[in-house]
Ligand binder design. Sequence first.
Ligand code: 1CP
Length: 381
Amino acid sequence: MTRCRYLLGLFFGTIKSMTSSPATSAAGALAADHPLMDGRTADSPLITAYRGGKPSRRPVWFMRQAGRSLPEYLKVREGVAMLDSCLRPELASEITLQPVRRHDVDAGIFFSDIVIPLKLAGVGVDIVPGVGPVLDTPVRTAADVAALPQLTWEALEPIREAVRLTVAELGKTPLIGFAGAPFTLAAYMVEGRPSRDHLGPRTLMHADPETWTALANWAADASGMFLQAQLEAGASAAQLFDSWAGSLGLADYTKYVAPASTRALDHVRHLGAPLIHFGTGTSELLVAMRDVGVDVVGVDYRLPLDEANRRLGGTVPLQGNIDPALLPAPWEILEAHVCDVLAAGAAAPGHVVNLGHGVPPETDPAVLTRVVELIHSIAPE
Ligand code: 1CP
């Protein structure tokens, strides 16, 4: 701890205090009793930092904080298939709340999955343990895309119900909603299952751009509706996960992918909640990912936050980027790394601490709790 304060002291000595901006949103369509509108979450450390203001403590949450690292998760999931657990509102809500209770993190991340909008639209998809999302039939041709069923607003009711139950329990702690970005969703749809290099969607965008655009737009609208359901039901921010965008070069990303990600977010911009965009292996795409129109950029563990901030010209708050590989390392090593992340993040106009990707399932949850305590023990600048 002493070491951390020392390191931060050195770093912060040169940094001017950040200006805070009022936490107001454009006249949005969120209801007056929404947590972001009725005084519960607008001044929370998370939302304040996302809006570039000065939070009362350093906000931290972890991608995949709910899930297999928690014994209480494994217990309630016994005998329940992954996608079924997402569609039982009481269960999804309980799983969302578990890490908030245990770790004192500054946000809940809604327990669901990026393929839930597909499932609710009627696409045959399952999450196979040890594999990930698998589709009954891959989507590869113009006819396949034309045959995709449309997601309806009614089908999203279990999502809205789970969010309502969750925010009723969370009080002043904000809930973050999320969705998969069109490229990452389409990667599963074209391949039919997880893949390493995402060759199928990358071939399709060049070989048959029309079919690609129709597929990306379908995915954008499904994800956009999924985000809208979560935000309107009570989430105070939303993160678009383009986990696999790092397999694209900048030219392909800009031409074939960014417009669809913009389209997904167009469903919710008018609501005025902070929007975060995250991908892995996306160090070369950060500016383009910001430019789809988001308030915050999530950075993976590969790029120090001060360098990410330099690339973005100091324009947006950042989220990240403790390396998940260091979670099992001896505490002194992990502590020094967390301190480095805080110091580098201070360069940005706002910093929400997170991992550089999800919590690995074998993580000792006590380590996560200790990391949260460390971060909260260091006063914000
Ligand atoms: O049975 C289980 O426990 C299955 C593991 C699991 C879990 C806990 C899957 C299957 N999905 C989830 C929940 C989940 N998925 C959350 C919930 C909340 C939290 O963060 O605490 C979130 C945000 C997601 C999002 C998600 N699903 C992403 C984007 C985030 C990321 O990690 O990059 C992706 C790529 C998926 C697809 C997916 N679902 C599940 C797995 C194992 C995968 C990845 C498969 C692959 O390697 O391609």
